[in-house]
Design a protein around this ligand. Structure first.
Ligand code: DC
Length: 230
């Protein structure tokens, strides 16, 4: 019997790493919902709806029907990559510019309800690992396994900084840390679906945990839940 696994938490806590590991091991579908909010943000940037740190919310809401987000599988890596209106934008959504606008865009209720509806549809058959901020609280409140991931802001900024440098982006640690803290603030204080730990979620702080140990801990939890459903 397949289950639904919801992984929520702060940015750069390694949600997608463990979600991918679980999906590969269990042969489940993996959905990165942050990529969907990032793709909407990229669309708003391309349409000139964001300037000087402000965005035209009403214009974005009017254009929501024109945004189609899908996932495609990279044939070599096997990784799911996000597409905006048919174009693969996986690389374009990972830069600091998108990162700095995505949290305000994710506060817009109309954006959230459009994406949540699509996410719930993707999970109808179960056998899914989805990561984000509101998966255990809003998207799949009945998920059999909910994980809530945390780590110190300094450690998360270090991880994100290393990722960006590896991609060849010209960034400094201080601005990455500021972005992480800013997003934490917006994500946890927004009115619609703020980032909170669901009552029945299991909290995992991985500031000092190694990735393999963490994976095995969560995999065991998943196996226990699957066994209960058989
Ligand atoms: O996981 P990420 O850093 O790629 O997410 C980008 C932003 O999208 C994050 O700052 C908050 C928002 N987000 C959200 O509000 N709800 C989700 N389910 C996923 C992401």
């Amino acid at each position: 019997m397949k289950i639904t696994i919801a992984i929520d938490g702060y940015s750069s806590t390694g949600k997608s790493t463990v979600a991918k590991q679980l999906a590969d091991w269990l042969e489940y579908i993996y959905v990165d919902t942050g990529a969907m909010y990032r793709a909407v943000t990229l669309y708003a940037m391309q349409q000139g709806l964001i300037a000087d740190g402000f965005f035209d919310k009403e214009a974005l809401i009017k254009k929501l029907d024109q945004i189609k987000i899908t996932f495609t599988r990279d044939t070599t890596s096997g990784k799911a990559e996000v597409c905006l209106n048919g174009k693969n934008v996986e690389q374009d959504i990972r830069n600091l510019e998108v990162s700095s606008f995505v949290s305000p865009i994710a506060t817009v209720s109309e954006v959230r309800s459009k994406l949540v509806e699509q996410q719930q549809h993707m999970g109808e058959e179960k056998g899914i690992v989805m990561d984000g901020r509101d998966i255990g609280t809003v998207v799949f409140p009945n998920a059999e396994l909910k994980i809530f991931m945390t780590a110190s802001a300094a450690e998360r900024a270090k991880r994100r900084y290393n990722e960006l440098v590896e991609r060849g982006d010209d960034v400094n640690y201080e601005s990455v840390l500021a972005n992480v803290q800013e997003r934490d603030h917006i994500d946890t204080t927004r009115e619609d679906s703020p980032l909170v730990k669901a009552n029945d979620a299991i909290e995992i702080d991985n500031t000092e945990t190694n990735i393999d140990d963490q994976f095995h801990t969560i995999l065991q939890l998943a196996k226990d839940r699957i066994a209960k459903r058989i």
